[in-house]
Structures are given as structure tokens and as C-alpha cells.
Design a protein around this ligand. Structure first.
Ligand SMILES: *Cc1c(COP(=O)(O)O)cnc(C)c1O
Length: 374
């Protein structure tokens, strides 16, 4: 079938992006973040390729269900999978799923630490801890580090497998005071464990924004997400600080269902928005049912060198794009229209214009947009 609209994903570009990552952050263990269906790219093909061809051995997801899906659909693959936020270790049924499928919880609260240390079946699981060094979202508080150390010692463990924290401001420059104080706080936490003779096997701090700027790279591991799918995660005003030259894995494409001429002031679509100019309207086969949000009204799309404007309300299944009348000869029914291509500038410009972030543009694409792999 020829699909109306589709997300084409070039898997070879993932390999290129991994090569570029290894130049930017040489000799680092990579814990590849593949939550939210690999940022909308389809977690199974992404993990299969990364594990089988690219040598990635550790993957991070947000929920237990995401981790279980990896175990069920890739049963023979010996990678590690870490669950970061939605653990629910207090529920026995969930605890069993962790244990029986060797899914590793990243412990981020004292309560979950107790569940983990007091459960004999977790004795053979690596202890992974995430600390709150200033983001104030999830994570064991820095002030509780002595208590954590004593709990660990009491349990008979002598080491932490992976000690982590997460930056709140990696999309800002390294000199940002939050980044600096989070790094200091992380060092202090490490020091307390070392004073308590608890060894730490692996550490990680850096997400994409940090890696792109070369900070947080003194740790053994990095935890990239967005950059490996293509775009920089730096805020627009700081994007020039990024050293990332990766390509966007995906192109979002649709086609023109219909074109017609329109005069300034004529009503368009739901709500009868008056057309701002004379021109030619192209109706494209993407709407909020595909994850193409009503908030995109007013943003620009380019087709064959002509700049079009999203006019009127975005519909569930269609969107109106106004092109200047001079574009008439180039705007044809049935034309393929590219929303974003493999140059990450496309999706970055579109997210800047629509006041979204590329993470969100990827994640909100619905199942109606087939993911096509080449
Ligand atoms: C999502 C996530 C990452 C990756 O972040 P990016 O900005 O996509 O690189 C890293 N660490 C944790 C804990 C995360 O939740």
C-alpha cells in the first residue's frame, strides 16, 4: 500500500549517528534512552538494530510496560533494560515482572530502596541509584546520601552498580549555574559513598544537551536520547554551542489531496478563518488524528521552494496550507509534501516556530502514521 502520510526511518543514519557520538564522547558506555517507543520511532526495530549491529548493550525506558515489551518481543537478546521513573515496586505483581524478566529498576526514592534491598530475589540484581542533584523532580535527595550508605552497608552490599543523576538545564550552556551546582552536588555524593567504603562501578550524568556541549563526560557512561534520533536538544539561542552533527533519522511526509485558488478574506475550514491573502490552498493529509496539532496553525511549510502558511484550524485528518499564487504551477494534487527531512534544521525550525520541542513532535505522532523502515 502507498500510505497517505508516513514517517520514513532510515536505519543506516542511526549507525552514522552512533559513529558521530563515539567521536564526540570517546570510550564511554552508552545507555541508550528508548522510552516512549524510542521517541516515536518504533522501539523494536531501533533496539534490535542498536543491539545486534551497533553493539549497544544497555537501554533505558520510563515504564515497566515498556521494558516488558522489549523482553517479550526480543526474547533472545541479552541486553540490559533499565526502568527510570514508573516502577511501582510496592505492587507485588510488578516486583515479580522485574525479577522474572531481569528488568532493572533505577531506584530514585528511599521507599523503593527499602523494597529493593529487603527483597531477597533482588540480591543478584545490580543496584542502580538516581540522585536528585537539583532538578527537583525524581531522585533520592542529596541530603539523604549518608542514610543510603548505611542502608546499603546493612544489606551486606559493598557496591553501587550505577550511580546517576539528571541535568535540569542541559539545553542551556555548560556555564549555567544549575549545571555547575548539579555537577558539584554529584561529586559530593560520590565522595560520601567513597568515605563509607562503598565502591561505585559506573556513573552517568549526561543527556543529549550535555553530551553535545562536551560536559558530564568525566563519568563512565552517557545516557543519550534525542541526539541519536537527530536533532540537537539545545534551546535555539544556544544551538551554536552544540558540537552535534547527527542527521535526523526520520522524514515526515504526506501528500496534497486537493488544491484550489482562494481570495483574501474567504473563510477557511472550521471556524471560518478569513484567508489572510490571495493564493492557492493545498489540503494535506495530516491532522491532529495523526499528531499534527491544532497549535501548528500559523507555522510555515516549504514545498518546491515555495513557503506555505498553515491557515485555519488544523482538522483531525487534514490541514490547509496557503501558498502564494505564483506557486500555482508547482503545487499539484498528489504531490508528496515533506514536513521535515533528514536535515535536523527542518524539525528544529518547525518546533521553534510552533513553540514545541522536537521531543514532543516525535512523540505525539499517532499510530495512524505508519513507521516505514529502510
Ligand atoms: C530521557 C532521559 C535521558 C535522555 O535525555 P535526552 O535529552 O533525550 O538525551 C537521559 N536520562 C534520563 C534519566 C532520561 O529520563
Amino acid at each position: 500500500m502507498h500510505f497517505r502520510s508516513r514517517l520514513n526511518i532510515k536505519l543506516a543514519l542511526l549507525e552514522d549517528n552512533f559513529k558521530k557520538l563515539s567521536i564526540l564522547a570517546p570510550n564511554k558506555g552508552v545507555l541508550f534512552m528508548v522510552k516512549a517507543d524510542a521517541y516515536g520511532h518504533g522501539v523494536i526495530p531501533i533496539v534490535r538494530l542498536s543491539f545486534e549491529e551497533l553493539g549497544v548493550k544497555e537501554f533505558g525506558v520510563a515504564t515497566l510496560a515498556e521494558a516488558l515489551r522489549l523482553r517479550l518481543e526480543l526474547p533472545d537478546s541479552q541486553f540490559e533494560v533499565y526502568v527510570f521513573s514508573d516502577l511501582q515496586l510496592s505492587i507485588n505483581e510488578n516486583k515479580e515482572i522485574f525479577k522474572q524478566n531481569r528488568i532493572i529498576p533505577v531506584i530514585a526514592t528511599l521507599t523503593d530502596l527499602d523494597y529493593f534491598l529487603n527483597e531477597r530475589d533482588f540480591n543478584f540484581f545490580p543496584l542502580c541509584l538516581k540522585f536528585n542533584t537539583g532538578m527537583n523532580r525524581l531522585g533520592i535527595l542529596a541530603k539523604d546520601v549518608e542514610e543510603v550508605a548505611s542502608k546499603i552497608k546493612k544489606s551486606g552490599r559493598k557496591s553501587i552498580h550505577h550511580l546517576m543523576s539528571h541535568f535540569s538545564c542541559a539545553s542551556f550552556p555548560i556555564t549555567n549555574e544549575n549545571n555547575q551546582s548539579q555537577m558539584d552536588c554529584f561529586s559530593k555524593i560520590k565522595k560520601v559513598f567513597s568515605e563509607n567504603s562503598i565502591s561505585i562501578e559506573k556513573t552517568s550524568l549526561a543527556n543529549s544537551g550535555a553530551i553535545e556541549q562536551g560536559f558530564g563526560l568525566d563519568e563512565s557512561h552517557i545516557r543519550p536520547g534525542l541526539m541519536l534520533y537527530g536533532p540537537s536538544s539545545l534551546n535555539r539561542e544556544f544551538r551554536k554551542l552544540s558540537r552535534w552533527t547527527g542527521k535526523n533519522l526520520s522524514t515526515l511526509e504526506t501528500y496534497i489531496i486537493l488544491t484550489f485558488e482562494i481570495k483574501k478574506g474567504m473563510p477557511i475550514g472550521y471556524g471560518a478563518t478569513p484567508c489572510p491573502n490571495d493564493g492557492i490552498i493545498a489540503i494535506i493529509a495530516l491532522g491532529y488524528g495523526d499528531g499534527f496539532s491544532t497549535r501548528y496553525q500559523g507555522a510555515h511549510l516549504t514545498h518546491r521552494g515555495h513557503q506555505g502558511l498553515i491557515v485555519g484550524r488544523v482538522n483531525m485528518d487534514m490541514t490547509q496550507v496557503l501558498f502564494p499564487i505564483e506557486a500555482k504551477k508547482d503545487i499539484k494534487i498528489g504531490d508528496n509534501l515533506v514536513i521535515w527531512g533528514n536535515d535536523p534544521k527542518d524539525i528544529l525550525n518547525f518546533s521553534d516556530e510552533t513553540k514545541t520541542i522536537p521531543y514532543e513532535l516525535f512523540c505525539q505522532l499517532t499510530d495512524r502514521v505508519p513507521r516505514i523502515y529502510t
